[in-house]
Design a protein around this ligand. Structure first.
Ligand code: FAD
Length: 300
């Protein structure tokens, strides 16, 4: 199933996982996925470790989720630590295993490094990777976008110009970096449309489950936490349950509003856990179903 086809039918709901470090982590992840499966996600995705560290695990995991667990799965592929030959081999492997969807990214630098460095015979930016993958196989390709501007971009307009170039290279849809203020997402979507970017934009959502963790994540990716929300969670910082309740409530309200305002889909950054995502999904299910019911009928 191509994600672009799914996006034409309904607001997608998708879950992102990362490849665990060891066997116990894999068993835990399979349990998490089994718990999320009844929610009938449009697709799940598996990240490509920073610095290209999880290449083999990513491919094995997506193939297994798709063939054994019968859930549409896509691999993230990044430019990190990979030559064109390495990427070609991974793309051929994925295609041979019947996978049709890829999320193509530049990648984060490996732990301990601040700047991204491309391989000599590799790709420096995601648009080059998208073009290469599109030429090699008929993949449905997603790309990342950054509603609050990528931290390395020289300006929001330049970032948008490069995003337009990436879409022109062959992105069928975009998945956004996490954000906590929907107005930021709507303004970005309007600016993207004005710049001629008309592919569906899926909203990336991460419920706040720990104050320290979310501060680290937002600092890394350049997302901001609205002051009012930050003050609320900081006020109960030492009470794990209270932080989770606030974080889940905020994420649920975000998802409701996004579905009411035509977001193309919701992509949950699950951190390999299922409880918060399931609880939020129960609250938004009626809206997801309503969006599917109003979608245009499928092509014959
Ligand atoms: P690009 O589109 O290449 O943009 C990166 C920067 O370069 C931007 O500042 C942009 O303005 C600029 N730029 C773009 N094109 C050009 C050009 N042609 N010339 C000059 N400048 C240019 N990271 C991982 O390591 N593994 C993952 O699995 C992973 N999954 C992710 C999933 C999602 C949904 C998102 C939103 C991010 C994910 N990331 C992942 C993080 C991502 O790799 C980083 O945010 C990275 O810093 C940027 O990736 P990009 O694909 O947006 O890069």
């Amino acid at each position: 199933m191509r994600i672009s086809d799914e996006l034409r039918q309904r607001a997608t709901v998708s879950f992102e996982f990362f490849p665990p470090k060891d066997e116990i982590g894999f068993w835990d992840l399979y349990v998490t996925i089994e718990k999320l499966k009844p929610l009938a996600p449009s697709f799940v995705s598996v990240t490509w470790g920073a610095g290209g560290s999880t290449r083999r695990k990513t491919v094995e995991l997506v193939a297994r989720i798709r063939s054994d667990m019968r859930i549409e799965a896509l691999a993230h592929i990044t430019c990190a630590a990979s030559s064109r030959r390495d990427i070609a081999a991974v793309a051929d492997d994925l295609r041979a295993r019947g996978l049709e969807n890829i999320l193509a990214l530049r990648g984060d630098p490996p732990a301990g490094r601040t700047a991204f460095q491309s391989q000599a015979d590799g790709f420096a930016h995601a648009n080059e990777l998208v073009e290469f993958l599109k030429d090699r196989h008929d993949f449905c390709i997603g790309g990342a976008c950054h509603p609050e501007t990528h931290p390395e971009a020289s300006s929001p307009d330049m970032d948008l110009d490069f995003l337009a170039r990436k879409v022109d290279a062959g992105c069928d849809y975009l998945v956004s970096q996490l954000f906590f203020d929907n107005q930021v997402f709507y303004r970005f979507r309007d600016r993207a449309a004005a710049r001629g970017i008309h592919v569906p934009i899926i909203a990336g959502i991460m419920p706040i489950l720990s104050v320290g963790q979310i501060k680290r994540f937002t600092e890394l990716c350049g997302a901001s936490i609205p002051r009012e929300l930050l003050e609320k969670v900081e006020a109960v910082e030492d009470d794990v349950d209270a932080v989770r309740q606030l974080g889940m409530y905020h994420a649920t309200e975000q998802c409701r509003d996004l579905l009411d305002n035509d977001a193309a889909g919701i992509h949950f950054y699950t951190l390999n856990r299922s409880t918060a995502t399931r609880a939020i999904y129960q609250q938004i299910k009626a809206r997801v179903d309503a969006r599917a019911a109003h979608a245009a009928p499928a092509d014959p």
